[in-house]
Every structure is written in C-alpha cells, then in structure tokens.
Design a protein. Sequence first.
Length: 274
Amino acid sequence: MSCAQAIGDYALRSIGMGERLLPRADIDLCTQVVLIGSGLIWNVYFAVMALSVGFFLANALALARVSGKRWLRKPAEWFIFLFRGSPLFIQFFLAYQLFVLLPRGGVELLGLTLPVQWLTKAWAGAVVVLILNTAAYSAEIFHGALLAVPKGDLEAADAYGMTGWKRFRRIVWPTMMRLAWPAYTNEAIFLFHATTLVFFASFPAFAQQGDALYYASYLADKTFNPFVAYPIVAGYFILLTLLLISLFGLANRRLNRHLPGAARRLRYRPQLIR
C-alpha cells in the first residue's frame, strides 16, 4: 500500500470516514503513522472539550472558595478535595461503572429513567471525567492566584471607584490569570497527556474508532513490534505539546503585555510528580 493510499483510507477513519476495516497484514510504517494520527483526533477532542468547559467551571469554583457564604464555599471545597484527592484512573473506572454498566444492567440512576445511553461512549463519558478533574485542579490554581492578587491593585481599583463586577472584570480577574497562567499551562499539558487513559478506562470504542493509543495497541498486536507504534504515539504527543506550549505562550504574552519583554516569556516547568 502506498503512503497516499494509506492517507486516503485511514486519515479520518477514527471519525467514521475511510476504510471500514482495519489493516490486518502488510502494515508498513506510513500506515501506522496515518492510523495513529487519525486516532489522535479523539485525544485532541478530549483535551479541547475538557479545557474549554473546565476553564469556566474552575473560575466559578475558585470564586466560590473565597465566598463568604458557607453554602457556596463548602461544596466547592468538597468538590476540589474529592477530585484532587482521588486518582484520575479510579475516577474513570467509577464513571465507567456509572455510565455503562449500571444502565446496561437496567438499574435506574437516582430513581430516574433518564436517557444516559450517549454517556456510554468514550467521546461523552470520558469527557465528563476529564472536565471535572481538570476543573478541580485548575480551581485550586486560580484560587491561589486570586489570594495572591496584590493589595495595591485592589486599593487602586477602589481609588478609581471600581466596585463589584467592574473591579473583578478589569482588575482582579486579569491579575489572577496573569499569576496563574504558568501553572495552568502545566495543568493543560497534563490533561492532554491524561487523555490516553481513556483507552485503559474501559470506555468502549465504537466500530473500532478509538484514540491514538487504541490504534497503537492494535498495530503492536498485529505487527508483533511495539517499538514502532508506541514511539509514534509519543512523537505525536511531543509535537502537540510543543504546539500547546506555543499557544499558551501567546496568551501569556497577551496577559503580560504591560511588562518588560523578558517577563512575558512563559517557561515550561513540567510536573514530574502529581
């Protein structure tokens, strides 16, 4: 099979476009690169959806944590503690039990007969777990940044007569984002890498349309050589991590555009232990 034919057959196979059956023999390097790249579409989807929704949820949780109202503060603290205190893989496993096995066994959720079939697919159930997990970690980052907003900034806002929402929108929130952005970049990178756990979390792949690790595992089994497929996955993730750092670096320079050039640079410090 030529490389052009492999691209035409498998480039979009993970989203249902292309060959219906996976290759079983004569699997060359180009086919592996294309097929794993096709599965990477789902990993990017998981990361984009989780970061997009989790960002706003994390902001709400951070604000709730500093609220003087106990009925707002305590649930936010419990939520953050629960998802930061338990392993992500266990969260995937429990979500699989809740979204897949219980409805399949005919058990009603909370006494309600709700249509939860859509959550039994990896593209939905796994995204829910990733959103909640990254929201908890990001909320703790934003909460710390919120407490670190310089007192002088708040006094200056008061001097200009800014109060309530206007002060938060123009002074507090931009400063909070500027302080939290380097740590939040690390969280975004970790979340992108964590999308590979969907493969191990038992969420079903529909019609053999899985993520990058799903296809890497399939190809390693068929070729009996894991030293090709898995390094390809790692290479894809390294390239996309560099792209993610660049995008977040642009946002960081925007947030710090009033500072000297050297202070606007975003330095990536990976978390070796989480």
